[in-house]
Design a protein around this ligand. Sequence first.
Ligand code: C2E
Ligand code: CA
Ligand code: CA
Ligand code: CA
Length: 280
Amino acid sequence: AKGQGKGRQVGYDPAMDQRTAALARLAADLRIALDTDQLYLLYQPIVSMPGGELFGVEALVRWTHPERGAVGPAVFIPAAERTGLIVPLGAWILEEACRQAVRWRHELGDAAPRTVTVNVSARQLREAGFAADVNAVLQRTGLPPHVLTVEVTETAVFDGGTALAELRAIAALGVKIALDDFGTGHSSLGLLRTCPADILKVDKSFVDDIVTGGHEAVVAAALIRICDGMNLRAVAEGVETADQAAELYRLGYRFAQGYHYARPLPADEIATYRPAAAEQ
Ligand code: C2E
Ligand code: CA
Ligand code: CA
Ligand code: CA
């Protein structure tokens, strides 16, 4: 066995084998899920403040496993990334969201979400020809490029290699670029010089304690000024209370996303979304 012989060899680790087996099982199930309609998308409203009117939506993938029930994306997206399955999975998500965006435009006209945001993982962005794939989906679905927002994390862009070139090619199509979870990575501010970003998603961690006036509030206040100065749209993520919304508005934020406004919703409920109440 591997563990025998020279002591300096990498030892046998049963816990590691179990994790690998669990990952392999999850990946195999996910591959089946892709082919058998177990996956679907929800759409969380991105609203304008202070009124909470619908501005856009973010597509968030969901999986109903036949035995295990709902499996969260925080579990299966990392597994899909590690196994490479995120490439076909991500392609399906992108096409599904673009088709839905076209449907809303037909059904709702001016009331359709003005932007439909799709999360793209580092692994997808590194794939050669990703920008060409995005273009092909836009052609197939007939979605105008400016309606699509591709959302990536700072870490994904900083991955080196061809990620930044692909992102620039996507921006050149007229697609909007959003930087997700902004402020939680390592390269945040430097990235703004090289990356063709249109939107910053200010991470929930900076919104959570904003009312108590800790360091998070200072960061949130600084980020909105950077965004205004650089002509970037700031979207505050994870807004859960009216107090947070009011404070963000006071700081200058005009776009938000979070349970205070709406949870991720099935596509047909986007048509009937109405702001619960004005903030001010
Ligand atoms: P994310 O992109 O940062 O998405 C925001 C997450 O925060 C979503 O969780 C959303 O449901 C949740 N959220 C929104 N508002 C609030 C709030 O007010 N309070 C709290 N506590 N949470 C809120 P979800 O849908 O479970 O997704 C988790 C993560 O999984 C996402 O984080 C994203 O990184 C990944 N993910 C989800 N869908 C996709 C997808 O289609 N493609 C890729 N590549 N990743 C995805
Ligand atoms: Ca996101
Ligand atoms: Ca986020
Ligand atoms: Ca996040």
